[in-house]
Write a protein that binds this ligand. Structure first.
Ligand code: FAD
Length: 589
């Protein structure tokens, strides 16, 4: 079963959840129209379904052989990447000043979903390049921008993002890679990086590494980290490629999933030091890296949506075909989709996937508003909204990617465990997304410790108020098709409100108690927000013609009555569970 991009669904969510429709009305996107949005999504969907999706299995089976320092990408990948870049997809959201198309980040997020549904290993490389483009555009000198941006925007070169070292994973401040001033304005980089995605490959002629390293006189921890642009091949003044830099791939990892994404150990300075160019200011590298990372975190969340969508499509197709058992009304054996338990599983998969999509697209929409709104205060509020939602988008959606892919295996029964069906690959691929780009545990800590206190709690309060407004509107519709949707969502939002107040009250005095509840809190946040946003989509569908109001009301109701009801348990876990975590030491001895 291959992938067909759900273009109508994606367009609807983009216009309503991400607020692209309203942003177009407000004039935020210049002369962009809803028709153009539809056309871009349709074209991306075609490319993802027809060109990339068929390469997913090949990539999984073939992997990326490594020999003599070089990585060979799977058959068909180079051609597909070049066609993809030539069609302008890499620079969709990049500035027109550097050859991009200047289109909304929200639209790019929708395309990223489709690239990653088609193949997570394919979609991963380009969004790291896009993160590099953002960092360069914001923090680079004119010279660096002129040299690297046009080719990174066009996709002629790809970028990497290099933080991790053996002793420095979540604790980035522990990194040891060194940068020495060369005296001519450039730097010499030495050290080792591990787990570097697309650190070496043959898709492009040059690879631009964004490397974190420490100057000899730098303060300890994250305040002493600088970011450097380190190209695989140095670039001559006329833009042609020069000498090979002193940076090489030492080996690649053998992994559970995303086999076609080369994960490299990189070594710098075998011959005295790789030439590096400072991005931003010395010792302020984490600032620049956060520009890359925030983008990449949302994109990883979108990967969760993408893999969930693919697993759902495959499970639905299988459930319509596979016949087992009897069911009232069906003569002979029934397709397994007729059985209530299988239908519940499929509905859970669909409802979770759509909830994650609404959250990710809404985050991307907030990012756009934070860049493009005329009013300064509106830009600030939108930035806070994006900051608040980014850890939720990343962690909630990638957990959903794993859960939905696992349910997809279950729908296949024994065949799900057999590689031929492809269901197992989705689960293997999905498993990395809760780990990289900051583990989901770290995202939960970020949400609780840094995002809830934004503007003294006003940012999260404003969000809760908006959720309540939607719930009131759902109640006012009073349509029997919505069942108990409004009541269950109102309860979920109140659970989130109480858990938020509890955490904010403890953060300073009892930080361990607060952080013990961070992961269940993030799930509570995603559950309440996702449920309300699905109900908001149902309301939008009632107003708009031809947008499947009955189907959307059914999904919103299912989510509210079957999944949002978990909110009260999650609230209890946050508020009452901290003590048992504190006392768990003895149990783990
Ligand atoms: C396939 C793959 C691709 C990757 N690509 C890249 C890349 O391109 N560039 C790059 O720089 N890195 C990359 N990484 C590295 C990835 O980002 C790290 O693996 C990740 O950040 C976690 O670091 P770690 O593996 O050292 O785990 P650790 O930091 O050792 O964490 C182990 C566990 O402890 C928890 N933990 C750690 N610290 C804390 C804390 N303070 N509080 C609470 N819990 C904590 C974590 O949540 C996790 O569950 C990649 C990794 C993989 C596997």
């Amino acid at each position: 079963m291959t992938y067909r991009a759900p273009v109508a669904e994606i367009a609807f969510t983009l216009k309503h959840a991400a607020g692209v429709g309203r942003a177009i009305e407000d004039g935020l996107y210049g002369d962009l129209t809803e028709d153009l949005v539809d056309a871009v999504i349709a074209e991306a969907g075609k490319f993802a379904s027809d060109v990339i999706a068929p390469l997913n299995r090949v990539g999984d089976q073939h992997g990326t052989p490594f020999r003599d320092g070089a990585v060979t990408m799977p058959p068909g990948w180079k051609r597909a990447y070049r066609d993809w870049a030539a069609a302008g997809w890499n620079g969709l959201a990049a500035s027109t000043e550097w050859g991009g198309q200047g289109l909304p980040h929200a639209l790019n997020a929708a395309c990223i979903e489709m690239w990653n549904s088609a193949s997570m290993a394919f979609g991963l490389g380009p969004f790291l390049t896009m993160g590099g483009v953002e960092a360069l555009a914001h923090h680079g000198s004119d010279d660096l921008k002129r040299t690297y941006l046009p080719k990174l925007v066009s996709g002629e070169w790809m970028g990497t993002m290099q933080l991790t070292e053996p002793q420095a994973g979540s604790d980035v401040g522990a990194l040891r890679a060194r940068a020495e001033r060369a005296g001519d304005g450039t730097y010499r980089i030495t050290g080792q990086k591990i787990f570097i995605t697309y650190g070496e490959h043959d898709l492009t002629d040059n690879i631009v590494h964004f490397v974190l390293a420490r100057l000899p006189d730098a303060p300890a921890g994250t305040k002493g980290i600088s970011l450097f642009v380190v190209p695989k091949f140095l670039v001559n003044a006329d833009g042609t490629l020069g000498a090979r830099n002193d940076a090489r791939c030492h080996s690649i990892e053998h992994k559970l999933g995303i086999h076609a994404s080369p994960t490299c150990t990189m070594v710098y300075g075998d011959a005295g030091g790789a030439v590096g160019y400072l991005l931003g200011e010395e010792n302020r590298g984490m600032n620049c890296m956060f520009t890359m990372m925030n983008n990449a975190r949302l994109a990883v969340g979108v990967q969760g949506v993408g893999i969930a969508e693919r697993a759902l499509q495959q499970a639905l197709a299988y459930a319509r075909e596979r016949r087992q058992g009897r069911h009232a009304g069906a003569g002979g054996s029934a397709p397994i989709i007729a059985h209530a338990d299988v239908r519940r599983t499929l509905m859970t998969m669909r409802a979770l996937t759509r909830a994650a999509r609404t959250i990710c697209y809404a985050t991307a929409g907030a990012i756009d508003r934070s860049h493009r709104a005329d009013d300064k205060d509106e830009r600030r509020r939108a930035l806070e909204r994006a900051s608040l939602l980014t850890p939720v988008a990343k962690a909630f959606s990638t957990d959903i990617g794993v859960e939905v892919a696992s349910l997809g295996v279950q729908v296949h029964g024994g065949m799900g465990f057999i590689e031929e069906t492809g269901a197992a690959q989705h689960l293997r691929d999905a498993r990395i997304a809760p780990i990289y780009e900051g583990t989901n545990g770290i995202q939960a800590i970020d949400l609780v410790a840094r995002k809830l206190p934004l503007s003294d709690g006003a940012a999260v309060k404003a969000y809760l108020d908006e959720l309540r407004e939607t719930v009131v509107a759902v109640a006012a519709v009073n349509d029997p098709a919505l069942g108990h949707t409004a009541a269950r969502l109102a309860e979920a939002v109140e659970c989130l409100d109480r858990a938020t107040a509890w955490l904010l009250g403890r953060l300073e005095k009892e930080p361990d108690a607060a952080l013990a509840g961070a992961t269940p809190y993030l799930k509570l946040f995603g559950t309440a927000a996702g449920g309300v946003m699905l109900a908001g989509e149902a309301l939008a569908a009632i107003r708009a013609s031809g947008s499947d109001p009955a189907g959307r009301m059914a999904i919103a109701r299912f989510f509210a009555e079957n999944l949002a009801v978990q909110a009260s348990g999650l609230e209890r876990t946050v508020v009452e569970g901290a003590d048992s975590v504190a006392e768990a030491e003895a149990a783990l001895a």
